[in-house]
Design a protein around this ligand. Structure first.
Ligand code: PNW
Length: 529
């Protein structure tokens, strides 16, 4: 009897622990993709040319494996299969982007492509039919070339062009799309692209372009937000934000680099978040001061970071209904040594006279850019809450850079470890997080990495004209996560997709999983009663 009691007691305790590993009841799980990376059909049915089309067609060396996104995963034709996959995993939402030149071939609203409009209508309707919410990114880096030729994001008029593009999208889809993300990863569009010069539009101009782009992009986002508030909010009650890429930055040496790390975070995260989410609006004060001093030292007679007018500050401030962000990696920051010059976002920052180092203990997948540091997700959530307050946060991307044909345990561990940190942030740090988005639903064109880096939870065979999709083991795991609303689940839950790799032993998952231990304990207890 004593044994039975103790088994029952431990089962109850374990059940409580299992319950403690659950996400809040309303927590949502999704997966993401982006138009240029999956659609293909680069010139199908009157689609206009984007800056990525132009880059891959004119610079053969731009992409590591010499590939293009001309066909990619062919989602332009295979969208039904994508929805089927999302559905078989039980996703609450699917985040995809709309290709600006597919809807407006020249970028401007005088010519709307009916084929483009129909494509996204079909996709949205099919998702809803399967009970999956569409989360729509308006801009994921594929600018129409005509607008680039007029200066792209460095031209202040882009905020009007973007607003009128947003007006077209709302008029077409706002009746069914309730969550909008205006722009994906502003820091990549502005800082990464112009500092390195290797991403489209392939222009290296690190002095002014990143900062002009930064300002104009904030205004473009805010105009799209205000337009929705004015014309659509009362009818459809949707929500809008943007997807900031946030790099967790911590000091390399404590206490020496603590202040530098704070400045690093303001430079990296604050320039794109502070104007929207802070109480005072505008640029982070310390960045404003630092950029002015740095610019004067360089011989400019004003700051390279262009000022906002009071009116612009007001337009931008509060222009988001939640804080969306993509989390991939973390770095440690230290002062540059003599002769060291970092390129912002990759290994340092000339403006901050600082270098970035990979944190000890980080692991890697298929790219050195992404040092895997799951605890950085929790640290980032806590930092954001302390900086911008107890608002709603949504993880709009987080994903593992793997290889073709990998066994996929590493991806399962990656998702589990990040969800665990996310769970701690919710339970122990009381951060309000409404959902998690895995990047990506399926393998796709990984920008400069071509098809060599695989983020997909579904494998895509790019040698097969049919672009056959096969669930990886992580698809099974993610389906079980969604099913159990917990990161600590076995791979044997009921609704998971049958994977080509399902016979591979599961790294001790069934042992680590608390539900299976619970079932086992009950079986034992029953035998004794
Ligand atoms: C994101 N980093 O970009 C993009 O939103 C996706 O389009 C892309 O495919 C995905 O992440 C994977 O790369 C990133 O430097 C750009 O750590 C840079 C970084 C991470 C993500």
């Amino acid at each position: 009897m004593t044994l039975t009691y103790s088994v029952v007691l431990s089962s109850v305790l374990l059940a409580a622990r299992c319950h403690a590993q659950q996400f809040p009841a309303k927590f949502k799980f999704g997966a993401a993709s982006a138009a240029y990376q999956v659609e293909g059909g680069w010139n199908a049915d009157g689609k206009g040319e984007s800056i990525w089309d132009r880059l891959v067609h004119t610079n053969k060396d731009a992409i590591e494996d010499g590939s293009t996104g001309d066909i990619a995963a062919d989602s332009y034709h295979l969208w039904r299969e994508d929805v089927e996959m999302a559905s078989e995993m039980g996703l609450d939402f699917y985040r995809f982007s709309i290709s600006w030149p597919r809807i407006l071939p020249s970028g401007l609203s005088n010519n709307i492509s009916s084929a483009g409009v129909a494509y996204y209508n079909n996709l949205i309707d099919e998702l809803l039919l399967h009970g999956i919410q569409p989360v729509v990114t308006m801009y994921h880096w594929d600018l129409p070339v005509k607008l680039q030729d007029l200066g792209g994001w460095t031209n202040p008029l882009i905020s009007d062009w973007f607003e009128s593009y947003a007006a077209v999208l709302y008029s077409l889809y706002a009746d069914r799309v309730k969550t909008w993300l205006t722009i994906n990863e502003p820091i990549v569009i502005c800082d990464f692209s112009y500092n390195g010069g290797v991403y489209a539009p392939g222009i290296k101009e690190p002095e002014l372009a990143p900062y002009l782009c930064n300002k104009h992009l904030m205004i473009a986002h805010a105009k799209a937000y205000r337009l929705y508030q004015r014309d659509y909010k009362h009818k459809y009650d949707g929500r809008i934000s943007l997807a900031n890429n946030v790099l967790w930055i911590e000091p390399f040496e404590v206490p020496r680099d603590i202040e530098l790390a704070e400045l690093g975070l303001e430079h990296m995260v604050g320039r794109y978040a502070h104007p929207i989410f802070s109480k005072e609006g505008g640029w982070p004060k310390r960045i404003e001061k630092h950029m002015l001093e740095y610019s004067l030292k360089q011989g400019y007679n004003s700051s390279r970071l262009p000022a906002f007018t009071e009116e612009e500050k007001k337009l931008i401030q509060g222009s988001a209904d939640f804080f969306g962000f993509n989390y991939y990696t973390a770095r440690q920051i230290r002062p540059a040594r003599e002769g060291e010059h970092g390129t912002w976002f990759i290994d340092g920052s000339p403006e901050l006279d600082a270098m970035l180092e990979v944190p000890p203990g980080a692991t890697f997948g298929a790219t050195e850019l992404i040092a895997i540091v799951p605890r950085g997700l929790r640290e980032m959530l806590v930092y954001l809450k302390n900086t911008y307050g107890d608002i709603e946060y949504l993880i709009t991307e987080n994903g593992y850079p793997g290889w073709k044909d990998m066994e996929d345990h590493a991806r399962i561990d990656f998702i589990r470890d990040h969800l665990e940190q996310l769970h701690i942030a919710i339970e122990e740090d009381n951060v309000t997080v409404s959902g998690y988005t895995y990047w990506s639903l399926l393998d796709n064109f990984e920008w400069l990495g071509g098809y060599g880096i695989r983020f997909g939870i579904y494998d895509v065979d790019f040698d097969d004209p049919k672009r056959t999709r096969t669930p990886r083991l992580s698809a099974k795991y993610y389906a079980c996560v969604i099913d159990g609303n917990s990161y600590n689940v076995s791979l044997e839950c009921s609704n998971s997709p049958t994977t080509a790799f399902s016979r591979i032993p599961t790294n001790g998952d069934s042992v680590r999983n608390c539900v299976s231990i619970l079932v086992w304990m009950f079986t034992v207890a029953l035998r004794f009663i």
